[in-house]
Every structure is written in structure tokens, then in C-alpha cells.
Design a protein around this ligand. Structure first.
Ligand SMILES: C=CC1=C(C)c2cc3[nH]c(cc4nc(cc5[nH]c(cc1n2)c(C)c5CCC(=O)O)C(CCC(=O)O)=C4C)c(C)c3C=C
Ligand SMILES: [Fe+2]
Ligand SMILES: [Fe+2]
Length: 343
């Protein structure tokens, strides 16, 4: 029987340093997130980052935590529950990190008689630190514990027309009551090195040039290209003026060069250029989470206003919007009935 495994990133069990520390340990010790040799990763993560970050992160999580739990987890659960109402096969939800494991979700599917699984990483764009690590972990767990299962992966859906339509419509909804002079598409950052590592040609992605707008097979795994593409497609769909839209990358760690421009630098720059009414959207995430609710909706607003900005709005992610649920349902039915995957 066919079944579906939805996977998002995951969250700590509570917004306390005690629970944030093991969560960050699992996350940052992932070789696709901090991609250095194991001994160096140990020093960087356990010897440096985890000495101070859990307390700081726990404080940030406390600001956005809901009574029901982590927004990312609660929203993903609501989304999964809605999807289940419209599909005629088992659907399970797992997280790449934390206690809602992929293994448990696969077990849940197996207990319901599923032996043919569609894996859906809940990321619109491909990055080795997001999409790829979900796929690798799901395959590892399947091979180790459920070798009889068949696993198919739904590709990153950044350029899918239905996805672009619902994303655009969610943005149009957010802009209805907001008089903006600029719209910033802020994507989660990644180290530049990750882009080069994921380039199968090993020469296409130069990052500083116009590689991301020159056709190449490298774009199947080029996160930067895929972020540009989403921005361009939404811009075209909504007919947004060229000079009122730009893109940036948020949430970097110190030391390495990460994808630029940096979102926090943009918040400081815009008011000085007369862009004082800013709408921000965050299309690297399908669900609101720490990075959108705290870093963008709270910190970002503060940074923008401190720099002289006047009006500011973070437009929510797709979350459990009914039109987004229906897009997912259509993809799942296409696979269930015709073995088709979204293009
Ligand atoms: C090297 C570090 C990191 C990379 C690379 C990275 C890529 C990446 N992350 C997401 C999505 C999310 N990240 C979230 C939180 C978060 N990310 C990092 C580090 C890297 N992410 C850290 C240390 C944290 C934890 C919080 C903190 O201490 O700042 C979240 C939010 C989770 C939540 O519980 O709400 C998401 C979602 C993507 C899509 C991505 C690559 C494209
Ligand atoms: Fe992250
Ligand atoms: Fe590229």
C-alpha cells in the first residue's frame, strides 16, 4: 500500500537550554550542515557553539513559543492533519532533528500496512543542509529498519506553477492592507561553500557572476538559483515593479562567507535609501518558525525601525492555508494514481 511521509526540520522539545542543547547538537553535528571533518565539527560545535548558543537560542524560542508547542511543529501538524482529510492513504509527519523522528514516522506508516512511501521534504528549494539531509536520513533509516519499503522522493518544488500561484496569492493577501515601498524576499542563508559543493559540474556556480541566471544542469541543486527563480516567478505572477523587489539571505553563523546580501544589512540600508515601508516574505520556509517569527517579525522589525524605517510587515509563510493544502493533496494524488511527481 502507498503512504506519505512529510518531513520538516524539527524543533527542540521546549524553549529551555536543557532541551535546546541536544537539539542543536544533533542539528549542527549533521555533516551536511557543518560540513567539515568530524573532529573539527566536534570542536566547532561542541567546543565553541554549544557553549553559549543554547541559552541564547532558548531565549529566542521562548519569545515565539505557543501553548501547544513549537510553532514549526504545531503548524506542520495542522498542515498534515488537513492533508489527511483529503487523501485516501496513510500520511505521517516526521522531523529531521529532535524527538519526532523519521524512523518513528516510517514505523507509523508500516503499522498501517504501507510499503511504498512518498517522501516529501517540506522545503521549496534544494540545499544539502535542508532537502538533501532529509533524503539521506530517510534512506538510511529505511535501509536500516524497513528494508522492504520502497521510497520515492518528491523533488524540490520551487518552480512548480501551483506552488508559485499559492505563494503569490498568500503574498497578495499580506499586501492587501499594507502600503509598501519595498518588498524583501528573505531566504535562509547557507555558506557559499555549500553552493560549490552541490554543483555537479564543479565549475558552473561562481556565486559572484551571473551563473544563477545562465542555464545549467547545476541549477537542479543550486539553492541560490532556486531562490532567484522563486523571486522572479512571484514577481511576474503578481506583476510587481522591478525596482520595488529584492532578495537577501538571513540567519548566518559567523566566520564563513554566506550567501549575500545579508538580510540584517538590508534592514539597515533600506531606510537610508528612502525605503521606509517594508514588507518581508520568507519563501525558504513553508511554515513559520524561529527564523521568521523571531528573527524577521521581531528582530528584523526592530533593526529596520532603529535604522529609520517606519512601517514593517512580515507576511506569514504558507502554513496550513487551504489553497496550499490542496496543492499538496493534488501532488499526492498524482503520485498515488499515476506515479507522477510535480515538475
Ligand atoms: C551551518 C548552519 C546552518 C545552515 C547551513 C542552515 C541551513 C538551513 N536551515 C533551514 C531552516 C531552518 N533553520 C532553523 C534554525 C536554525 N538554523 C541553524 C543553522 C543552520 N541552518 C541554527 C543554529 C538554527 C537554530 C536556531 C538558532 O540557534 O538560531 C529553523 C527554525 C527551527 C525552529 O524550530 O523553528 C528552520 C526552519 C534551511 C531551509 C536551511 C537551508 C536552506
Ligand atoms: Fe537553519
Ligand atoms: Fe547557480
Amino acid at each position: 500500500m502507498k503512504g506519505v511521509l512529510l518531513v520538516n526540520l524539527g524543533s527542540p522539545d521546549s524553549p529551555t537550554p536543557k532541551d535546546v542543547k541536544p537539539y542543536l547538537d544533533e542539528f549542527l553535528m549533521d555533516e551536511r550542515v557543518i560540513d567539515v571533518s568530524k573532529w573539527l565539527r566536534n570542536i566547532i560545535v561542541r567546543g565553541i557553539i554549544l557553549q553559549t548558543r543554547p541559552k541564547k537560542s532558548a531565549e529566542a524560542y521562548s519569545k515565539i513559543w505557543w501553548e501547544e508547542g513549537s510553532p514549526l511543529v504545531v503548524i506542520s501538524e495542522r498542515f498534515a492533519e488537513k492533508v489527511k482529510q483529503f487523501v485516501d492513504m496513510p500520511v505521517a509527519l516526521g522531523m529531521r532533528y529532535g524527538s519526532m523522528t523519521i524512523k518513528n514516522a516510517l514505523q507509523e506508516l508500516k503499522d498501517k500496512g504501507v510499503d511504498d512511501v512518498l517522501l516529501v521534504p517540506l522545503y521549496p528549494q534544494y540545499a544539502m543542509s535542508s532537502f538533501e539531509t532529509v533524503v539521506v536520513k530517510a534512506i538510511e533509516d529505511k535501509d536500516a529498519f524497513f528494508p522492504e519499503m520502497k521510497l520515492t522522493t518528491l523533488p524540490a518544488f520551487y518552480k512548480n506553477q501551483e506552488y508559485i500561484k499559492v505563494l503569490s496569492e498568500s503574498i497578495a493577501d499580506g499586501l492587501k492592507d499594507f502600503d509598501y515601498d519595498h518588498i524583501l524576499f528573505s531566504y535562509h542563508g547557507i555558506p557559499e561553500r555549500h553552493i560549490k559543493k552541490s554543483d555537479p559540474t564543479k565549475f558552473h556556480c561562481k556565486i559572484d557572476g551571473n551563473c544563477c541566471s545562465t542555464n545549467s544542469v547545476a541549477h537542479h541543486s543550486c539553492y541560490r538559483h532556486q531562490c532567484f527563480d522563486v523571486t522572479e516567478k512571484v514577481k511576474a505572477y503578481l506583476g510587481l515593479p522591478e525596482d520595488k523587489v529584492s532578495l537577501s539571505f538571513q540567519s548566518r553563523l559567523p566566520n564563513d562567507p554566506w550567501l549575500k546580501p545579508y538580510t540584517d544589512f538590508e534592514f539597515e540600508r533600506f531606510p537610508k535609501e528612502g525605503k521606509k515601508k517594508l514588507a518581508v516574505i520568507t519563501p525558504a520556509f513553508v511554515s513559520d518558525c524561529l527564523e521568521t517569527l523571531e528573527e524577521i517579525a521581531m528582530e528584523g522589525k526592530h533593526q529596520f525601525q532603529e535604522a529609520g524605517g517606519e512601517d514593517y510587515k512580515h507576511i506569514p509563510c504558507l502554513n496550513d492555508r487551504d489553497d496550499w493544502v490542496q496543492v499538496m493533496v493534488n501532488w499526492l494524488k498524482d503520485w498515488q494514481e499515476n506515479e507522477l511527481l510535480p515538475a
